[in-house]
Structure formats: C-alpha cells, structure tokens
Design a protein around this ligand. Structure first.
Ligand code: PLP
Length: 444
C-alpha cells in the first residue's frame, strides 16, 4: 500500500509494540487526528474505526467533555504524590467507579493499565489469603488462550503461547484450565452457545481436585469473553458454574474485564451480562475512553476489610501502588467518561445495536476460508481456516485490505475481530462487514 506524498517522521527510534516493526516501517499506518467514529490518516483519508481504538474508545473519539475535564485539571492540580498524600478527585473517581460496578465490588484500587490491574488483582488475591491466615493458598489458575496483559503475572496466568514462549518460565505456582471454544460443535453460533458449559466448568474442579489441593488455590482469573485470543464466547452456565466451584473451595474468582467492561457486551460489565458476580474485577481501557492511561481493580468490600482488620495498626496494609495511581488527569477523564455513559446510556445503545452487528457478521458465512463467526454484544470474530505454514497470513492480508478500503479492523492469529465504538451507526456496522467481505474475496 503506497503512502503518497506525505512527510513521514524519522521511523528509526520508536520500537512499536506488538507490531512487526520492519513491515510496519516499510508501510506505516499513521493517524494524525480522530473524531467520532473515524480516524484521519497522514494523507487525509478517513478510516472508520471498527475496533474502538484498541477496544478502548467506547464513547467515540475526540470527546470535548473529556478534553475539557483533563485540560482544566491539568491547569489546577497537575500531580499530587500518590503515596501518603492524595487529592479529592481520586476519592470521587473511586466512588463513581464503585457505583458503576456490580453491587458489593465497591473498594477500588487505581492503576495505569490493564496489565497493571491484573498484577494488582493477583497480588491482592495472594495477600488476601495471607492476611486471612491461609498462606498456603498461593497458586494462581488461568485459562488457555487467556490474555491478561504483558507483565509477568499476566503472562503467567495468560494462555496465549506466542506471548509467553519468548520469555521463559515466568512464574511457578500457576496452572491453566481449558478455553471454552468448541468450533466442532458450536461453529457459527449466534451469541452464547447453548451447550457444554457445566461440563466444561466441571473440568476446573476435576483439575484442582486431582492435581492440586483446592486449599492451595488462591484465585482463578478469566475474561468473561476472551477478546484478544479472538472473541471466544463462553457457553451458557459456564461462568455460573465456575463461580459455584470457586465459592465451594474458597477460591477468589477474578473477572478480567479490561475488554468486556464499559458497555462492550451491551451491559456495564461481563459480570452483568452473565449475571455472575466475581470477587474481583479488573478494568482499564474504556474507563477513560482511552484518553489517559488508567486502570482499576474493584474488590468486594470483605476483601478490603480483611486487610484493614488483620494488619497491624498504622501498617501499610497492601505494600503496592504506582507513582501514577489515580493521577488527577486520569481521575478527571474517568469521571467525564462515566458522565457520558450515564447521559448517553451507551451500554443500552450497544445492546440495541448488537442484533445488527450479529446479522452483518453472520452474513459472511459461506465466504471462502471462513471457518467460524462468533459474536456477543458489540463484538464479532471471524475465524479463517489456517493456512499450513503461514499462521495469521489470511487475517493479516484481510486486515491490510480493509485498511486500504477505509475500515480499521483487528487481526489476531487467524481471526479478524470487530469491536466498534458504542457510538457506531447502523450503516457503519454494515459498511465494516461489507468491507471485510470484499477484502476476503480480494485476498483469496
Ligand atoms: N486484560 C485483558 C483482558 C486485555 O484485553 C488487555 C488488553 O487488551 C489487558 C489485560 C492489558 O491491558 P493493557 O494493554 O492496558 O496493559
């Protein structure tokens, strides 16, 4: 794809994350502006944002309310030390996030990203059992194909081989259970698959009973819908059964809602969609509409109270935190974003558009190479047949062709993922999928 007549920056110094740098620098895709549901490229093309940035711009780009809140805050209080001092907006933001969370998860720890939220949640889980006098509960369980960010705890419980194998044996004391994707029986299911949920969840109990002592497990972490591994929608009753097993064995259930939080499934959180309340929720991304890095970990009040009640007086109950935890501009952005959600009822908008997205996505069934289509809320995944010896080649070529045709989608493995802003218009949903269809026909 040519990059016509534009002055490019010096590309030598920036090591672009999660990107094939040599390919990218030979054919860069640079945005210079964004508004609503569109990016503007360096050569003034409009690109429809079919991915809400990196799943992080649910309210659409260039929101004036957020810009004003951040700008005002920056001019009033730029920074207050995050340890031993604080500022009122941190408490207000925590209150607002607590009100947005499922009932009971109302103690909030702020971080700067999804990865940090995951590390924080895992550390809280381990430390919680210690303050409760159960130091032997020190194993962490994750799932195959889980994505929990890129820090050591996150890749240890994460289950995407490509993100782990370059870094050796990251952490001991970790095990994984099966992911819930069953293409053989559930290919082209619209929404949540009906069958198999309980049996699959029971494998978790089987595993901890046979291979571990359940009394040695600190926590199980799952994404309610696995986003980064390619839109894996769990079958009915699966998460409910995981909840029951965790409760029975005293294991903390962590929902990593970095993608599923803030309206993506047409509800506030995946916990609301599946009607399952975990002990801890991690979030980030949509919390500030992608504008300022910020994450949050919401824990049940009992967990917070256990730290307060069982630590020595005047001791730091949790020796953990970040220089930029709850920095003023992040708090301002989060509050402004939550205001937008409240005023515009964006979750409801997501829910009302999910049928349109489902029909548009499944209209691609029958196209060459298309092996499965999955959807839930305002997310869809299109999985291609793998080409022997060329993993991801089909999805990457499709992604590039879509970009050339003015639509930004995401590719991961052999899957194209679509997750537009909740402000997307119905005709724009149709355009995203007709562009993907054209791209597939072109590529094959
Ligand atoms: N957890 C989940 C479920 C995610 O999807 C992501 C990012 O996509 C992360 C954690 C990591 O978030 P971040 O990239 O903000 O560190």
């Amino acid at each position: 794809m040519p990059t016509p007549n534009i002055k490019l920056p010096n590309m030598d110094h920036y090591w672009v994350p999660f990107t094939a740098n040599r390919q990218f620098k030979a054919m860069p895709r640079l945005f210079k502006a964004a508004k609503g549901n569109y990016f503007t490229t360096m050569d003034d093309r409009q690109i429809l944002d079919g991915t809400a940035g990196l799943w992080c711009v649910p309210a659409g780009h260039g929101r004036e309310e957020i810009a004003a809140a951040v700008g005002n805050q920056l001019r009033t209080l730029d920074y207050a030390p995050a340890f031993q001092t604080s500022h009122p907006l941190a408490f207000e933001a925590a209150e607002r996030v607590a009100q947005y969370m499922p009932a009971g998860l109302d103690r909030i720890f702020f971080t700067n990203s999804g990865s940090e939220s995951v590390e924080t949640a895992l550390k809280i889980a381990l430390a919680y059992h210690r303050v409760c006098g159960n130091p032997l509960r020190n194993k962490l369980i994750g799932r195959e194909r889980g994505y929990h960010g890129v820090n050591f705890g996150g890749i240890a419980v994460g289950g995407i081989a490509g993100n782990r194998k370059a870094f050796g044996n990251a952490l001991a004391g970790v095990d994984h259970i099966r992911h819930p994707l069953d293409i053989v029986n559930n290919a082209f299911t619209k929404g949540v698959p009906e069958d198999g949920g309980i049996a699959l969840a029971n494998e978790f109990e089987q595993r901890i009973m046979t291979l571990h002592d359940p009394a040695t497990i600190a926590s199980l972490i799952v994404e309610p819908m696995q986003g980064s591994a390619g839109v894996i929608v769990p079958p009915k009753n699966y998460l409910k059964r995981l909840r029951e097993i965790c409760t029975k064995h005293g294991i903390l259930l962590i929902f990593d809602e970095v993608i599923t939080g803030f309206g993506r499934l047409g509800t506030r959180f995946g916990a609301d969609y599946f009607d399952v309340i975990p002990d801890i929720i991690t979030c980030a991304k949509g919390l500030t509409n992608g504008v300022v890095p910020m994450g949050a970990v919401a824990v049940k009040r009992e967990i917070y109270d256990a730290f307060m009640e069982n630590s020595a007086a005047n001791a730091i109950e949790l020796p953990h935190g970040y220089t930029y935890s709850a920095i003023p501009i992040a708090c301002a952005a989060a509050i402004a974003t939550l205001d937008i959600f409240a005023n515009e009822k964006l979750e409801d908008r997501g829910a009302s558009l999910s049928g349109r997205l489902e029909s548009a996505a499944h209209s691609l069934k029958g196209l060459p190479m298309v092996k499965d289509i999955r959807n839930i809320g305002l997310v869809a995944g299109i999985e291609f047949e793998a080409i022997a010896g060329k993993p991801g080649a089909m999805s990457f070529a499709t992604y590039l062709k879509c970009y050339e045709m003015g639509v930004h989608v995401r590719y991961t493995g052999d899957i194209i993922a679509v997750s537009p802003p909740l402000t997307i218009e119905p005709h724009e949903i149709d355009r995203i999928f007709s562009t993907i269809a054209d791209a597939i026909k072109f590529v094959v």
